[in-house]
Write a protein that binds this ligand. Structure first.
Ligand SMILES: O=C(CO)[C@@H](O)[C@@H](O)COP(=O)(O)O
Length: 232
C-alpha cells in the first residue's frame, strides 16, 4: 500500500465528480489533493479519460511539479497547482475545468459581476478575471507563470485566497480551490452556476445593477458570518 493512498483516493473521487456535475467533457479538467506533511499532492494524469481513472493512476508530485511516484505523466497544469500550493499554505485541493459559462467569461476577459444573492452566498466581490498571459509568459514556463498570474491577480485586487476561492484566467478558463479537493469541486460547480446566471442576467437586462451592499453583506454573513444561521 502506497503512503500516498489517502490523497490518491481523495483526488480520484474529486476528479470523478467533474463529469457528473457537467463541469467537463472528454479530458477538459483536473483536480489535485495535497498532503502538507509529506509535501506532495496527487493529481490526475494528463489526457486520461475519466472513465479510465483509478486511485492508483493519480500521480504524486512535489511543490516544484516534479513527479515523486507514478508511471503516468501528470496533468499538463501540474505546475500551476504546484505554485498555488506553495504560496497558499491553507488550501487542500485545486480544480481546473473548462466549464462552459465560467470559460466564456474568462474568454471575454471579464470579472463576473455580483448581480444576485446566489453569488453573495459565496463571495462578496465580483469573481476576478486575471489578465491573459503575456507573450513572455507563454514562451517561458507557461503553467508555472499561470500560477503566478493567479496569485498576482488576487494580490492586486486586495483579495484573500481564503475568502475568494475562485478565479478566471483571461482567454483560458477557471481555477478554484478549497480546504479539500471536494470543497474545490463544490466551488467549481458554484462558479459555473454563478457564471451562467450572470450571463443570462446581462442578456435579459444589459443595464442590470450590481447587488446592493446591504444584501451582499446579509447573504454572505448569514452563511459565513459569526452569527451565521444557515443550515443545521
Ligand atoms: O487547459 C487545458 C487545455 O487548454 C487543460 O487543462 C486540459 O486539457 C486538461 O489537461 P490535462 O489532461 O490535465 O493535462
Amino acid at each position: 500500500m502506497s503512503k500516498y493512498q489517502h490523497i490518491q483516493e481523495e483526488a480520484y473521487k474529486a476528479n470523478m465528480e467533474l463529469p457528473k456535475l457537467n463541469l467537463v467533457i472528454f479530458t477538459f479538467g483536473n483536480v489535485s489533493a495535497v498532503d502538507r506533511d509529506l509535501g506532495v499532492f496527487a493529481i490526475k494524469p494528463s489526457g486520461v479519460p475519466y472513465e479510465d481513472l483509478s486511485p492508483e493512476k493519480m500521480v504524486i508530485v512535489d511543490f516544484n511539479g516534479v513527479t515523486v511516484e507514478g508511471s503516468l505523466r501528470p496533468s499538463s497544469d501540474t505546475k500551476t497547482h504546484a505554485v498555488l500550493y506553495k504560496h497558499w499554505d491553507s488550501i487542500g485541493g485545486i480544480v481546473h475545468t473548462h466549464s462552459t459559462y465560467a470559460t466564456a467569461w474568462a474568454q471575454s476577459q471579464r470579472d463576473i459581476p455580483i448581480f444576485g444573492t446566489t453569488h453573495a452566498d459565496y463571495n462578496t466581490v465580483d469573481i476576478p478575471c486575471a489578465p491573459p498571459m503575456s507573450d513572455l509568459m507563454i514562451q517561458g514556463d507557461y503553467e508555472y507563470q499561470t500560477g503566478h498570474q493567479i496569485i498576482e491577480c488576487l494580490r492586486e485586487k486586495g483579495m484573500d485566497y481564503k475568502e475568494v476561492e475562485m478565479v478566471l484566467v483571461g482567454n483560458h478558463a477557471p481555477f478554484t480551490w478549497g480546504k479539500t479537493a471536494a470543497k474545490a469541486v463544490h466551488n467549481s460547480a458554484v462558479l459555473e452556476a454563478i457564471a451562467q446566471m450572470a450571463l443570462l442576467t446581462e442578456q435579459i437586462n444589459p443595464e442590470a445593477p450590481r447587488l446592493k451592499q446591504a444584501l451582499i453583506n446579509k447573504h454572505y454573513d448569514r452563511k459565513h458570518g459569526i452569527d451565521s444561521y444557515y443550515g443545521q
